[in-house]
Design a protein. Structure first.
Length: 422
């Protein structure tokens, strides 16, 4: 593709070259068997349609000499902007896997099973009020077949472009000094982060290395780079809400805190509009050890489903929200099925979830459909008698718009709910 601004309809290609400057806009998925080489110009996917507009680098096979699909020669003037994914079905322990030059190289020392990496270079995490930001390069690492009883360990080499550290934040006024880059990880789609630090950085080759990383979650872990002098939010390692008679006990714990003023405990009756219940000050504004907190909601007159979340506030006014938890205050005789969702509407960085109130325990069926009634995802899951929470299937990859969720409970009762993604 050697024109300036072009539209590419997609398809399957052995080798592709991007040249001629301008932006080549990808309309549908592009499967690359061998090499996608950049000379001059951008190849851009439509990140609002991640299931439709995406570059897929093929796995290693005899067709491509065992190399797999690869990105070659990306620079600030010639690169893939948007979404690209690659899966390697087999991993050789102790050998660096560059995953087709996608920009995240991993050297595993424990077996992860098949590994899929998705890269997004069209967005950066800027949680809370946007005073801090990550770089414009995010990696989702998925290893769903890994043994959950084994700690996954690997050395990480994170490559980046200079332009991805500049003009960040909602107003484009955040620039990160490369010497201050550090590796961050999140397992809740950017609500909270853990600063993993770094073992070394080479600002000439734009490579940050962190050895012996054990922060991999199953199925998916998200990595990005951020500014160690202007950190992303505290690491929340636990957050729970449980009914205790007529009250709710909210507990949470952090593994590290930087410049943390404390936590505002919030509640909602619909999962959308929240009110402040109390403020719990941080045990220490700066801490690298586990800290535990709790609060009991004793407000009278609670009924139905009540939602809880935390608003973690830094000393400089930055803030970030925790995931939401639901507690049922329905009476034991309220043997009715109910279905709700939170947050509503939700975004790509939210942990969108469905809240099900089931009259009996058993197996339920969930269908996610578009507004034409076409099934996008279908799955079975087990409910308890009472409240169960289920993630909205594939929520982060859904395009903005409205969807229908249909749940068939073990009793045969059917509930349908409309949800919306912004």
């Amino acid at each position: 593709f050697v024109g300036t601004n072009q539209t590419i309809s997609g398809g399957t290609f052995a080798n592709i070259t991007i040249n001629g400057g301008g932006v080549k806009s990808l309309q549908t998925s592009m499967n690359v068997t061998s090499d996608l080489t950049f000379v001059n110009g951008l190849l851009a996917t439509d990140v609002t349609q991640p299931l439709v507009s995406v570059v897929i680098l093929n796995d290693r096979s005899s067709i491509n000499g065992g190399l797999g699909g690869r990105l070659l020669n990306e620079t600030d003037n010639a690169y893939l902007r948007g979404l690209v994914t690659i899966t390697h079905s087999t991993i050789t322990l102790g050998t660096e896997d560059t995953f087709g030059g996608i920009g995240l190289a991993l050297t595993y020392s424990t077996a992860p099973g098949a590994v899929t990496i998705a890269r997004n270079t069209a967005a950066a995490y800027a949680p809370g009020n946007g005073a801090a930001s990550g770089v414009r390069r995010i990696f989702d690492v998925s290893q769903p077949a890994a043994d959950p009883n084994t700690t996954i360990r690997a050395s990480v080499r994170f490559s980046y472009l200079d332009g991805e550290t500049k003009n960040l934040g909602a107003n484009g006024n955040i620039n990160i000094d490369e010497n201050d880059l550090t590796l961050y990880v999140t397992t809740n789609k950017g609500n909270t982060f853990t600063d993993l630090g770094r073992s070394s950085i080479d600002t000439n080759t734009n490579n940050l290395i962190d050895n012996n990383v054990t922060a991999f979650a199953i199925p998916t872990t998200t990595f990005t780079l951020g500014d160690r002098t202007n950190p992303l939010p505290v690491e929340l390692i636990a957050f729970d809400a449980k009914r205790s008679g007529a009250n709710a006990l909210i507990t949470w714990a952090t593994a590290s805190e930087r410049n943390s003023a404390g936590f505002e405990v919030q509640a909602s009756t619909d999962g959308q509009v929240f009110k402040k219940l109390t403020f719990v000050a941080s045990s220490s504004a700066n801490s690298s050890v586990n800290q535990s907190y709790s609060y009991t909601d004793t407000e009278a007159g609670k009924s139905g489903v009540r939602y809880y979340r935390l608003r973690q506030i830094d000393l400089d006014g930055q803030y970030a929200y925790s995931p939401t938890r639901a507690v049922s205050f329905a009476a034991a005789t309220d043997a009715v099925a109910a279905l709700s969702a939170y947050p509503s509407p939700f975004t790509t960085t939210d942990q969108a979830a469905l809240v099900l109130q089931a009259p009996t325990a058993g197996t339920a069926q969930l269908q996610l459909m578009d507004m034409m009634g076409r099934t996008l995802t279908s799955r079975e899951f087990t409910t308890i008698a009472g409240i169960s929470e289920v993630p909205v299937p594939n929520a982060s990859n859904l395009a903005a718009g409205s969807y229908l969720v249909k749940v068939t409970f073990a009793t045969g009762e059917v509930k349908t709910l409309r949800i919306q993604k912004k």
